[in-house]
Design a protein around this ligand. Sequence first.
Ligand code: PEP
Length: 264
Amino acid sequence: LPKTTVSPGGALIAGNWKMHKLSSEAVETLRQLQSCLAEAGPLPAGDVLICPPFTALWALRASLDPSGPLGLAAQDVHWQDQGAYTGEVSAPMLVDAGCRAVLIGHSERRAQAGETDSQVAAKTNAALDAGLMPIICVGETLEQRQAGETDLTLKAQVKAVVDGLADQHRSAELVLAYEPVWAIGTGQAAVGADALAAAATIRATLPPQLAAKARVLYGGSVKATNVAEFMRHPQIAGVLVGGASLEGREFGRLVISGLKAKSR
Ligand code: PEP
């Protein structure tokens, strides 16, 4: 059977390419990532997702083994399946383009596109309806952190998703990415202890049937040199990576280091 979903419970590393790369550049980056991983020999199990711009999904799909650990995810999704929503892309369309997963509520979308907690919840339902793994991004801004509101912020963001989940998804498998906004693209990653504290808060905000299956990722200035600091903890299933995923071999080194740290 073709692998269309992300393995439950396992390690997960996702690279968010944001608004970078033409299709040809995306295919070349994937090729470099694949050759870096192949040279490393057998690796511990784990899913590796690339989140390219929508326009590169089809081109990348042709270079990927549908049953392999390397797969596609989108950077956003609309909450309706179809309709008069100019410029939007729906969850069934993402499945059609070969996606296994989708980022939801990335801080750049919350800040730049005014995405609200209730839209994040609606998008989560749409992803789950279509069989896509939702990777829901949460995290505090620098101001919230300095005001001592990290926990409050995380709880509110997670609770909005939980409260908005449709009945049929009340025990769904969710991925929650803790991405402190101050650590994104700044080169200043959180420390492992921050990520562990946030993971605990996120998990404690989920009802037991969701907490049992949920995975928490860390994101924010993750590189090959610091990925192990996060992935060595059992409470952190993996990482969401921006800048360090743009170059294929660099991302490959990060993936190798992360998966090895997880299996130790
Ligand atoms: C991100 O945008 O999700 C991210 C973590 O970016 P960076 O790795 O560049 O900080």
